[in-house]
Design a protein. Structure first.
Length: 87
């Protein structure tokens, strides 16, 4: 009965933790300055705009909150892998 709510809660909590790691990696990249920082800043803005639009479209077409959170987690983990590789 509480299974889907529990999973959504845990996935949302994990999204918050994973996002903090990406924020830290991005801040380090931005603090370093240079061309890499400018590219990262532009990428960050465009990713956020695209992800918000994708989430809105998912919800507008009848998708679940769980699918939106899962989509965000996929993107955050990909960013974490990418940023960790270059550090």
């Amino acid at each position: 009965m509480f299974g889907p709510w529990w999973k959504l809660g845990m996935d949302t909590a994990m999204l918050a933790l994973e996002s903090q790691a990406v924020i830290g990696l991005r801040l380090a990249k931005l603090a370093a300055g240079g061309t890499g920082a400018q590219i990262e800043a532009q990428r960050m803005i465009s990713e956020k705009m695209f992800a918000a639009g994708e989430a809105a479209m998912t919800m507008a077409t009848g998708g679940s909150t769980q699918s939106v959170v899962s989509g965000y987690r996929r993107k955050v983990r990909a960013n974490q892998r990418r940023l960790s590789r270059r550090t």
